[in-house]
Design a protein around this ligand. Structure first.
Ligand SMILES: Cc1cc2nc3c(=O)[nH]c(=O)nc-3n(C[C@H](O)[C@H](O)[C@H](O)COP(=O)(O)OP(=O)(O)OC[C@H]3O[C@@H](n4cnc5c(N)ncnc54)[C@H](O)[C@@H]3O)c2cc1C
Length: 482
């Protein structure tokens, strides 16, 4: 099989999977008004032809055409392409799986050489089949976890972290739940990975494998999101009028996984590296997405000030200068991440310090910038009439007369921008994005831990100890002042 069309992807979702949404079983995700909408968006990234197809496909050595988003980057150019694809509309949903498969490949060779295991061949065979069949997969990592202060083996209920409960010559049986899985109702496969680094006592929870979305024993509950506002409200919600995004909790109720789909089974000592590689790849998306999004905030701030006739005020200039400082810093981090790469087992890995710093910088600065945007837009960010009132002949002229900006700026222009700021800074979608920015792809604490892990704090202590010891050592007598 070669690359699939959007229709083939949609048909592949009609496989008897068990999905619940808003308290009801969803009979067919492809015809459900909300899941169907999102399925068609994902399908759009498959269905390309001509030059669009050339931009998202690569040839395997045997000539077969496959989607590029599944090919691990081999050099810095490939890494840049991967990162750009990962943060684009086309590749966004697909690239994450490459992070998982590439990270598994990196630790598989260690398992094989240290333990005589056979993981490299398995991961390669699975990846090859996956890429050639052009499947869609999402990552199932985040465990339910229970008491966060305790590791898996000390939980009151051992199922709170996904674990292996049985093993035979055919494969393993897993039980547990993975939470917050993006687009989980619209995927062909789940790539199950451990959430945290594990210790020897947690070997049964050190498991990585691939599970089809319709495997017996898999049950999905999607969170309730509500319907998007739709085309009619395009003016009022320019960024999100047609967005439906959902996250699922996947319940693995004693699910059988054959050996050719098992990529880690008890190798707890490899979990730390697996997660390190994975999070570095996964967070590298911030390297293009965040500089671009920060530039959009700068653009919105500058335009709002211009429309309101306040472009030259000191307060506005200070706010924008701070945003520019962050945009520049993010550009430099992108440069560092792509310059300080490592080639591990033939895969080009970006610098993890730069990736984590970029994510932390964004999480720290973004809420303040969004607040400044709301301040600049004023009350209308929450209270202005709708774009529909601009179209209604009964009200249009009034709205057009009173919502203008400075001379030459029409009400349509000013309200269009105000609604844009509402959508990214004050709406329910903005709240989602805000919470997501401090949780998705790991909390700030997890990113800080990743930053400090390889930093030599004891060398800092030694510097101070040296200074103090130097101060205590006998000093040559000072020359008498003439
Ligand atoms: C929009 C969105 C999309 C996501 N998509 C996916 C996805 O596709 N696949 C997937 O697997 N996951 C996904 N996630 C999950 C995401 O990776 C997790 O939310 C994140 O790793 C945090 O885990 P948690 O939610 O279980 O929070 P918790 O681990 O419960 O953390 C909650 C808070 O407690 C703190 N904490 C936890 N343990 C300790 C401890 N021992 N000591 C001190 N403090 C602690 C954390 O730092 C955090 O501040 C998504 C999340 C969001 C918001």
């Amino acid at each position: 099989m070669s690359i699939r069309t959007g229709d083939q992807y949609i048909r592949s979702l009609r496989d008897g999977r068990t999905v619940y949404y808003a308290g009801e079983r969803v009979a067919d995700v492809t015809t459900h008004p909300l899941f169907g909408l999102r399925a068609r968006q994902i399908a759009g990234s498959f269905a390309s032809d001509g030059s669009a197809l050339a931009a998202v496909t690569s040839q395997l050595p045997d000539g077969e055409l496959v989607h590029s988003w599944y090919m691990p980057p081999r050099d810095q150019t490939g890494l840049l392409r991967y990162i750009e694809m990962e943060s684009s509309d086309h590749g966004g949903g697909h690239g994450a799986i490459m992070s998982g498969l590439a990270s598994l490949q990196l630790v598989a060779s260690r398992a094989d050489s240290e333990l005589g295991a056979n993981y490299v061949a398995r991961v390669k065979a699975y990846s090859d089949r996956f890429i050639r069949d052009d499947l869609h997969a999402v990552l199932a990592m985040t465990d339910a976890k229970g008491d966060r202060s305790k590791p898996p083996h000390r939980q009151a209920d051992p199922d709170l972290w996904l674990r292996v409960i049985d093993r035979s010559s055919e494969g393993i049986v897993i039980r547990g739940a993975k939470t917050s899985v993006t687009d989980g109702a619209l995927t062909n496969e789940f790539l199950v990975l451990p959430t945290h680094a594990m210790s020897a006592d947690d070997a049964a929870w050190s498991v990585a494998c691939a599970v089809p979305a319709n495997a017996p024993g898999v049950l999905l509950i999607s969170n309730y999101v509500g319907a998007p506002w739709g085309e009619r409200f395009r003016f009022d919600r320019p960024a999100t009028f047609n967005d439906f995004r959902h996250e699922v909790t996947i319940f693995f109720n004693d699910v059988f996984v054959p050996w050719d789909r098992v990529f880690m089974d008890g190798e707890f000592h490899l979990t730390r590296d697996l997660i390190r590689y994975f999070t570095t790849f996964h967070r590298s998306g911030t390297l293009t997405r965040e500089p671009r999004d920060t530039k959009k905030l700068i653009g919105a701030a500058q335009l709002m000030a211009r429309y309101n006739g306040l472009e030259s005020t000191g307060q506005v200039k200070t706010v924008i200068a701070e945003m520019v400082e962050t945009a520049q810093l993010l550009e430099l981090l992108r440069f560092s991440a792509l310059a300080r790469t490592q080639i591990i087992e033939g895969v080009c890995v970006p610098d993890s310090v730069a990736c984590n710093l970029a994510a932390l910088t964004t999480a720290r600065t973004r809420p303040g910038y969004l607040q400044s945007l709301c301040e600049m837009a004023g009350g209308p960010v929450l209270t202005a009439p709708s774009g529909l009132d601009l179209e209604n002949p009964d009200t249009a002229e009034l709205v057009k007369k009173y919502y203008v900006g400075k001379d030459g700026v029409s009400a349509e222009q000013r309200l269009g921008l105000v609604k844009y700021i509402y959508d990214i800074a004050a709406s329910d979608s903005a709240g989602f994005a805000r919470a997501s920015s401090v949780t998705a792809a790991g909390s700030p604490s997890a990113k800080r831990m990743a930053l400090t892990r390889d930093f030599d704090i004891e060398a800092c202590v030694a510097l101070v100890a040296d200074d103090i010891a130097g101060a205590r050592a006998p000093q040559p007598a000072a020359a008498p002042v003439a």
